[in-house]
Design a protein around this ligand. Structure first.
Ligand SMILES: [Zn+2]
Length: 565
């Protein structure tokens, strides 16, 4: 009963689609596959809904939203999402945690948000950030003259070219390891010095190989200039590189936002990227002090679960260069505690240190030392496959150059195949513990008291048994992104509702997380439970039943039937 899948390579679109269809076919009681829309080039963007349908429909349970691969080359995200799907489906019924989670929660898993970009990345030497739609818009019809990134020696890779220029070069060759290029110091006056360019060809304004080489060499930016993860409405700026002309201008980002808003039961969000070995959290342009303190406390608490599972620290993105990113939108507009895990970090793998100070500026000596460690690691662990040694090449336009450098696709942007499964597994552990922290709203107790012949009081006690509150955040309440929890009574013909509304709002039910404050004082939440009551009169003579339900958008739906004796 298993799907043949392997986590030692990166799946292209057909293979990934086929695999997802097989899961849906083999686990019909647990998994359903849908397309949430088409990409720019018309590929389906798949969403797998995973829950035990025997214990309730997917939209009646709190849900985790997990997606990957919005950035073309970050294909680890797809594989980690696929691993989560595989782990949930193959462990249901034998692993206690997975069984409990699929009985009580839903997972919406979207392994590949940007199938066009990923396909180009996986099937050609092209390195691109995101979508294949040319951007800025004039790049659809126009390619400026200059040096274009291309695989000119036909090895299937776009590497670097180094050209000697002893007068103006910015780089020099390291004395100890000639593979390393180090920064030239202003006091360095004796060469050789080099320029380093992306491997490529000079083309003229018509796109033809240039006949004449004129200095300066101008490196032409890629025509794939869009960055889908700068295209979201929160903090959007057209000045952010790749942001697009207006928020949600691209079908891929619109699909995501429509899916999240169309599933109000989504209560947790993980967005898989590479690389860095960190768990990014919002907000890029709004300081923590502008959000409710409780929300930040909960962010840190969920982030701690992530750190414990992955070893990756939580880093708040405030003040960095990004804006218009999806996790910012999820938090700011939907009040969801979204994380952007940056899977895989070759540098920490090579240096043996887990902690990475992501935004720290490195000195040239630090950069050189990490490069040195990476090369030692490459030689030992990757049999040298990760770095293509500089080799002379007779460039048709530039004459003698050397081509070489890191094989980014092989070992830097994504883990080398042997390390892929480990990355997928630890991220799955985070997804499971995050899902276990979602709110869980239940009807705990119903009491029926006979007030007089045929007259009853029905009292219900409801609770949130989960870690997170049913609103998730105060931000969600402020943005009206979540409806307050409600209780509802449905009476049949022959029963009259005398006291209480058929539907009553309870507000939100707190989780047990907020009792665990940072000072270590013992306390307990007072709003974890709530009561509601109704008075009903039986007017007919038949025995009667009434239906009670607790409706919590993010905590789930709980239903019970009560007999009026
Ligand atoms: Zn990314």
């Amino acid at each position: 009963m298993s799907v043949s899948v392997s986590f030692d390579r990166y799946y292209k679109y057909e293979e990934l689609s086929d695999c997802l269809k097989q899961y849906a076919e083999k686990f019909p009681h647990l998994a359903a596959l849908q397309s949430i829309g088409s990409s720019h080039e018309g590929r389906q963007i798949w969403a797998m809904t995973i829950t035990n349908s025997a214990t309730g429909s997917h939209d009646h349970k709190p849900a985790m939203y997990v997606d990957g691969n919005i950035h073309a080359g970050e294909v680890t995200g797809s594989m980690a999402a696929l691993y989560l799907i595989d782990y949930l489906l193959t462990n249901y019924g034998c692993n206690e945690t997975v069984t409990r989670l699929l009985d009580a929660c839903t997972f919406y898993v979207l392994p590949r948000i940007n199938p066009d970009g990923a396909e180009l990345y996986l099937t050609s030497p092209t390195l691109l950030r995101s979508s294949v739609r040319p951007f800025p818009d004039y790049r659809k019809s126009e390619d400026p003259p200059g040096l274009h990134a291309e695989d000119i020696d036909g090895d299937g890779k776009i590497l670097l070219m180094r050209l000697q220029d002893d007068l103006r070069g910015s780089w020099k060759i390291d004395g100890e390891d000639p593979r390393i290029m180090v920064e030239r110091h202003p006091l360095d006056q004796t060469g050789p010095f080099y320029h380093v360019y992306t491997e490529g060809l000079l083309r003229d304004a018509k796109g033809q190989p240039a006949r004449e080489v004129k200095l300066p060499l101008v490196q032409v930016p890629t025509k794939y200039g869009l960055d889908l993860n700068r295209n979201f409405p929160s903090g959007f700026s057209p000045l952010t590189p790749g942001a697009g002309v207006f928020p949600l201008s691209e079908p891929e980002t619109r699909n995501q936002v429509e899916f999240v808003t169309g599933h109000p039961n989504i209560a947790g969000v993980l967005l898989y990227h590479t690389t860095g070995g960190v768990l990014f959290r919002p907000h890029s342009t709004i300081h923590d002090s502008k959000f409710d303190k409780k929300d930040i406390h909960l962010y840190e608490a969920i982030g701690q679960l992530g750190y414990e599972s992955t070893g990756y620290p939580v880093v708040c993105c405030y003040g960095d260069i990004f804006s218009g990113v999806f996790d910012d939108w999820c938090f700011d507009q939907r009040g969801l505690l979204a994380f952007t895990p940056e899977l895989w970090n070759a540098e920490s793998r090579a240096s043996g240190s887990e902690k990475v100070d992501f935004f720290k500026k490195q000195t040239s000596k630090e950069k050189r030392d990490i490069e040195h460690k990476l090369l030692i690691w490459n030689d030992r662990e990757l049999s040298g496959r990760g770095f293509i040694n500089w080799r002379p090449y007779d460039h048709p336009q530039l004459g003698q150059v050397e081509i070489g450098g890191w094989d980014t696709k092989e070992c830097r942007q994504n883990p080398p195949p042997a390390f892929l499964k480990g990355e997928c597994h630890k991220m799955t552990l985070f997804a499971l513990s995050y899902a276990a922290a979602l709110p869980h709203a239940v009807i705990e107790e119903v009491t029926v008291t006979a007030l007089a012949p045929q007259l009853y009081q029905i009292e219900v006690l409801v609770a949130n048994r989960g870690f997170l509150p049913t609103n998730i955040t105060e931000q969600a309440v402020k943005q009206q992104a979540v409806r307050p929890d409600r209780v509802r009574i449905e009476v049949p013909d022959g029963v009259k509702l005398l006291g209480g509304e058929s539907q009553m709002e309870l507000g939100f039910l707190e989780g047990y997380a907020l009792a665990q404050d940072v000072w270590g004082r013992y306390k307990s939440p007072s709003n974890q439970m709530a009561r509601a009551s109704w008075t009903v009169e039986v007017v007919g003579s038949e025995p009667h039943q009434v239906a009670l339900s607790l409706l919590s958008e993010r905590g789930g739906v709980s239903e019970t039937i009560v007999d009026l004796a």
